[in-house]
Design a protein around this ligand. Structure first.
Ligand SMILES: C[S@@+](CC[C@H](N)C(=O)[O-])C[C@H]1O[C@@H](n2cnc3c(N)ncnc32)[C@H](O)[C@@H]1O
Length: 242
């Protein structure tokens, strides 16, 4: 596992928005990230500012890249103790640089040694891993699942967001996007099996992004279709027994 691949993309990283089809569906990379962030805010009420538990959740974004998921969460009102880690020093430098100071101090950021992170066992309440696994060689994915399980506390929740290879438009876009040149897509079943091979979890899967993220009034369609395995993205929600 090497960070060098994303070091090359770091300075100009924009979540693959250089793909013309992706640009037709959303004006900014943040619109795509916001679909995941809004889903997380619904799923984890403790993230919402104003909640009595405000700021108390310790959230790790594994493979955080330029920090976009944490930043968009914070911009949508999430409050948490954010930590990001990545194999790419270049992406971590971007995460620090791109964090708006109006959102407070930037997240704690840490370099990974392959799948391994420097965090203590059971350190986090919530962990996210978004658009990362398809960049991890298949043989190395079990080590990533194991590491996520190690740093998550009993009763903690893990959210795996991925591109859905069952959606033909996703396969078309990924095959033509420079940051995805080495991507090996995985479906929700593979994530479920991988997680269950690494620990005991309660699993649920939602499908996301049936409608273009740019069209806000169509969001109700996405929510109604979350059961249908054809959305452009999916999220496997894994709860670790207390
Ligand atoms: C497409 S970017 C996604 C970044 C971020 N998670 C997001 O949703 O915006 C993929 C990220 O995964 C990181 N990555 C690739 N292989 C990794 C691995 N084995 N462990 C952790 N991060 C990895 C890359 O360095 C890159 O920052």
């Amino acid at each position: 596992m090497s960070g060098a691949e994303f070091d090359r993309h770091a300075v100009n990283y924009d979540g693959g928005l250089d793909n013309p089809i992706k640009r037709l569906l959303g004006d900014t990379a943040d619109q795509f990230i916001a679909v995941k962030a809004r889903w997380l805010l619904r799923r984890e009420p403790g993230l919402r500012a104003g909640n009595p538990k405000e700021g108390s959740l310790r959230l790790l974004d594994y493979g955080c890249g330029a920090g976009d998921l944490m930043r968009v969460l914070a911009e949508l009102g999430a409050r948490a103790s954010f930590t990001g880690c990545d194999v790419s020093d270049g992406m971590l430098a971007e995460a620090d640089k791109r964090w708006p100071r109006r959102l407070g101090p930037s997240p704690a950021l840490a370099a990974q040694d392959g799948a391994r992170t420097p965090f203590a066992d059971r350190q986090f309440d919530v962990a996210t891993i978004s658009a990362v696994l398809h960049h991890v060689p298949v043989a190395e994915r079990p080590a990533v699942y194991a590491e996520l399980g190690r740093v998550l506390r009993p009763g903690g929740r893990l959210y795996v967001f991925e591109h859905n290879p069952r959606n033909p438009l996703v396969r078309h876009v990924v095959a033509r996007t420079p940051i995805d040149e080495n991507a090996i897509l995985l479906d929700a079943r593979e994530v479920q099996d991988g997680l269950l091979g690494s620990g005991r979890y309660e699993l649920e899967t939602d499908y996301l992004m049936f409608m273009p993220p740019a069209i806000a009034w169509l969001r109700f369609v996405d929510r109604a279709l979350a059961w249908l395995p054809l959305g452009a993205q999916y999220v496997v929600a894994a709860s670790k027994p207390a």
